[in-house]
Design a protein around this ligand. Structure first.
Ligand code: ATP
Ligand code: MG
Length: 560
């Protein structure tokens, strides 16, 4: 695995902690991290922050990062999600080598450790109902009350726990709880539940377990068993850290990892709750987990976001303990910068009107040469065919233009990019008076190829030969939500942007699009577009707009 990020890492408080640990020799100088997704949904941009942080930090310090599925809730988890998560982490550019682990790999050890806790008087089987447990937990201002079962003897606890495991009891009849302190100011320490009965088959362990360990109990022990040194998690786990440490302190585990919390990524106009994303998919508000409007890694991949841009974004936003909301434009700028460097250029016309160049021979094709990339000659050149009839954007023509409009109008001149200067002599109209076709003449002495003759015309427009044009379907996207914080709304469905998808059913592209091995292009003057991985076919070219050329994210509109 190599570090593919562009710049040197920026300092952050986690790097400071690790640097100090390295100086003091804590953890023997090792850095071992893990990315611990629950396989109950697809990864989203928030997870990317955690992936880049965990894998990136390990890379930087010559350490290791494990991929560990936190698969302790069989009711919501599925192998489909697990496989997709593996693919998405790889796509983002990271690799766990042979260190793919599952919390379910540790079920037997976790059970043994729970028996150790029982034997030490640190855990007991509680036979209260879930509701009784809830109401006796107390509040922030009032202590909780001890369970009537709190002082069961060790033998009874071990026996009941074994029978819970064997499936003798119904769900909810008993739970195993830690025996800590029902008056603890931190509610997480008021005898938290460690195990509950779930009569649900698990996607890896099948029917062999009837009890499943809770996250807080599982996570710290899994970390310790894997020799994790720095267990990086999001801020909401800060209050759980005393429990993380308590569990490890009671047990004879191989090591005691340090939990460090950081602020989760929040992006404006974006939902990052798996539950809500699932609702968007299930209820058909989007076409699937990989809908290009989704903040999932699959969606962004299909939209054409390069993984390097996402990594750069995660580096740029940094890692802090202060919760902030990042503007979506920051991510888009990373995408633009990456694609500006890497995307071949091509011309496409999204809202066409026909231009007929009357003094250009009818059966002639002139092949003009154009650079594939304006700033990087290593991309080479492409051949662009010019014929008597070309498509230009309807927006590049006005009947009665204002002074600053440097494009086509009656009697005005404009340069066809890489080609000649044309003048609009006549406008043919439909019955309603709308322009249908522009009759133009070209100045044969005005250039062609890459070099112009020095004639100064202010406007240069893109165009596509009608005879050589590839028919394209182009999908333009706007924000999926029309409020900055859809997650805070009572119902995020009320804030879906009805105009988040606009399909241009018939656009035209230059022929080099069909010959290029690339999938993402800059359509000159329009933005970045990528072939749709699902719907694109040899006889049907479908492009998604990845990003506009400038920060016009709010508008579904061509740029000029
Ligand atoms: P769940 O509610 O299902 O637990 P989750 O978003 O926490 O949802 P996990 O699969 O548990 O999903 O997440 C895996 C890892 O990614 C966790 O360590 C989690 O803290 C981290 N993570 C999730 N969302 C974000 C986010 N928005 N920013 C940074 N890290 C995140
Ligand atoms: Mg989680």
């Amino acid at each position: 695995m190599t570090d593919t990020r562009s710049g040197p890492p920026t300092a952050n408080f986690i790097r400071h902690i690790i640097d100090a640990d390295q100086r003091s020799g804590k953890h023997g100088g090792r850095v071992v991290t893990r990315f611990p997704p629950e396989p109950n949904g697809y990864l989203h941009i928030g997870h990317a922050k955690s992936i880049c942080l965990n894998f990136g930090t390990a890379l930087e310090y010559g350490g290791r990062c494990n991929l560990r599925f936190d698969d302790t809730n069989p009711a919501t988890e599925d192998v489909e999600y697990a496989r997709a998560i593996e693919q998405d982490v790889r796509w983002l550019g990271f690799d766990w080598d042979d260190r793919l682990f599952h919390a379910s790999d540790y079920f037997e050890q976790l059970y043994d450790y729970a028996c150790d806790l029982i034997r030490a008087g640190k855990a007991y089987v509680d036979s209260q109902s879930a509701e009784e447990i809830r109401v006796t937990r107390g509040t922030l201002t009032e202590p909780g009350q001890d369970s009537p079962w709190r002082d069961r003897d060790v033998a009874t606890n071990l026996d009941l726990f074994a029978r819970m495991r064997a499936g003798e009891f119904a769900e909810g009849e008993h739970v195993l709880r830690a025996r800590i302190d029902m008056a603890a100011p931190n509610i997480n320490l008021r005898d938290p539940t460690l195990y509950r009965i779930r009569k649900v088959p698990h996607h890896r362990t099948g029917e062999s377990w009837h009890i499943y360990p809770m996250y807080d109990y599982t996570h710290c022990i899994s970390d310790a068993l894997e020799g994790i040194t720095h267990s990086l998690c999001t801020l909401e786990f800060e209050d759980h850290r005393p429990l993380y440490d308590w569990v490890l302190d009671q047990l004879d585990v191989p090591c005691h990892p340090q939990q460090i919390e950081f602020a989760r990524l929040e992006l404006d106009y974006t939902l990052t709750s798996k539950r809500k994303l699932l609702a968007l998919v299930r209820e058909g508000h989007v076409s699937g987990w990989d809908d290009p409007r989704m903040p999932t890694l699959r969606g962004m991949r299909r939209r054409g976001y390069p993984p390097a841009a996402i990594r750069e974004f995660c580096e740029r936003i940094g890692v802090t303990k202060k919760q902030t909301v990042i503007e979506f434009g920051v991510l888009e700028n990373c995408v633009r910068e990456e694609l500006d460097r890497t995307a071949p250029r091509a011309m496409a016309v999204l809202g066409p009107i026909k231009v007929v160049i009357e003094n250009f021979p009818a059966d002639h094709t002139e092949w003009l040469e154009a650079p594939v990339h304006p700033k990087d000659t290593s991309f080479g050149t492409r051949r662009v065919p010019l014929t008597r009839e070309v498509w230009i954007e309807r927006e590049d023509y006005m009947d009665d233009p204002p002074k600053k409009f440097h494009r086509l109008a009656p009697g005005r001149e404009v340069r066809l990019r890489y080609g000649y200067v044309i003048r609009c002599d006549e406008v043919r109209r439909d019955a309603a008076g709308e322009p249908l076709e522009l009759r133009c003449t070209y100045d044969a002495a005005s250039g062609g190829g890459q070099t112009a003759d020095g004639r100064k015309v202010k406007g240069i427009i893109h165009w596509v030969s009608t005879a050589h044009a590839l028919p394209l379907e182009v999908r333009l996207f706007d924000r999926l939500f029309d409020v900055p914080d859809p997650g805070a709304a009572e119902d995020f469905r009320d804030h879906l942007n009805p105009a988040s998808l606009h399909v241009v059913e018939r656009a035209w592209g230059e022929p080099s699009l069909a010959e290029s091995a690339a999938t993402t292009f800059q359509f000159e003057r329009l933005g970045y577009f990528c072939r749709d991985s699902r719907d694109d076919a040899p006889d049907r070219a479908v492009f998604n707009r990845t990003a506009t050329l400038r920060d016009t994210w709010a508008r579904v509109k061509n740029t000029d």
